[in-house]
Design a protein around this ligand. Structure first.
Ligand SMILES: [Zn+2]
Ligand SMILES: [Zn+2]
Length: 327
């Protein structure tokens, strides 16, 4: 009996090692592919983007909230109001698969009506942006556990995804989606255990100011998002709002998940503080007038570094506090 148990344990260990080695090999291969696609892809200019007079970003889901009556979670959903458009940028996490979800509860508290939203943009197909594990696995997006009618909504998604009621269009390449508003298209990044993640960011051109880039998890890397925006538009970059995935000290998700997944590295390779400082310095070279980092995938140490450098140009990203640019 003891001998059989020993064989079973040995078999499990060997299988585990085999699976781990396989996942490392896959990551390295995907990393090569993602890096090559970045090097090879040279986007053409996106002409005639136009402008909006004013941009308002109301965080509906994020880690920090302005008060305890609003729900915080390690996910992202921002209501972007610009040029008469009302865009829901990502749809939160809904970790406990609730109905109504934290997103719907916060919307109600903040007086946001789903019927007023005309557009949804999904940055990338990860649980904290598509409304949970079920949505991610099914390549869709869910605002709550129960169906929410989105038949009046046009959705721009980063890869092949579908929805039961919304009209869905994949935008792997840059595309103007309304006057003054465009997706910069996807940038690929190998994520250990999750294949290649294609993530898009939104660019809003505010009259007399410049481009404000709205970012989900920031797996693309901040410097590449800025480079893509410069390649696409002859407009100065005015601001960056959203996630950049720098959980160097703590993770907002349990079991340090964000320090293992989503880093673009192998699981034992940490994001170093030096990398954050370099990113801050690089962003500071761009004459940004407004910057706010999402706490959903970055730790407080990281947020403090951004605050120290950008000072009065730094804004806190908190559920319930609107960020305004223009007019
Ligand atoms: Zn995220
Ligand atoms: Zn992500």
């Amino acid at each position: 009996m003891m001998k059989i148990m020993a064989y079973v344990i040995l078999a499990v260990v060997v299988l585990g090692l085999f699976v781990f080695a396989f996942s490392v090999r896959n990551f390295l291969r995907n990393n090569k592919i993602a890096e090559a696609s970045w090097e090879e892809y040279k986007p053409e200019k996106l002409e005639n983007l136009g402008t909006v007079k004013e941009l308002k970003i109301m965080p509906l889901v994020d880690h920090y909230t302005v008060n305890d009556s609003l729900a915080g979670e390690p996910g992202v959903s921002y209501l972007v109001s610009a040029g008469g458009k009302k865009i829901l940028f990502d749809v939160g996490y809904n970790l406990n698969n609730e109905h109504p979800s934290p997103l719907l509860r916060n919307m109600k508290q903040l007086g946001v009506d789903i019927n007023d939203i005309d557009t949804i943009v999904i940055s990338h197909n990860h649980v904290d942006h598509t409304g949970g594990m079920k949505a991610m696995k099914q390549h869709t997006f869910l605002l709550s556990r129960e169906e929410v009618d989105l038949s009046h909504v046009k959705a721009y998604v980063p890869e092949k995804m579908s929805h039961t009621t919304a009209e869905v269009e994949a935008t792997p390449g840059p595309k103007k989606i309304a006057e003054g508003i465009a997706t910069i298209g996807t940038i690929d990044r190998a994520i250990w255990g999750m294949g290649i993640t294609s993530e898009q960011a939104l660019a809003v051109n505010v009259e007399g100011k410049g481009l404000v880039l709205i970012v989900g998890c920031g797996h693309q890397k901040a410097v590449r998002i800025l480079e893509r925006a410069r390649d696409l538009f002859d407009v100065p970059i005015y601001g960056v709002i959203g996630g950049l995935h720098y959980p160097v000290e703590e993770s907002r998700m349990k079991y340090n998940l964000q320090k293992i997944f989503g880093t673009g590295k192998l699981p034992w390779q940490k994001i170093e503080k030096q990398e954050v400082l370099e990113a801050v310095a690089e962003l500071n070279k761009t004459n940004l007038r407004i910057i706010g980092i999402s706490a959903h995938d970055s730790c407080d140490w990281t947020l403090d570094k951004f605050r120290e450098v950008f000072r009065d140009r730094y804004v806190d990203v908190m559920v319930g506090r609107e960020i305004r640019v223009g007019q």
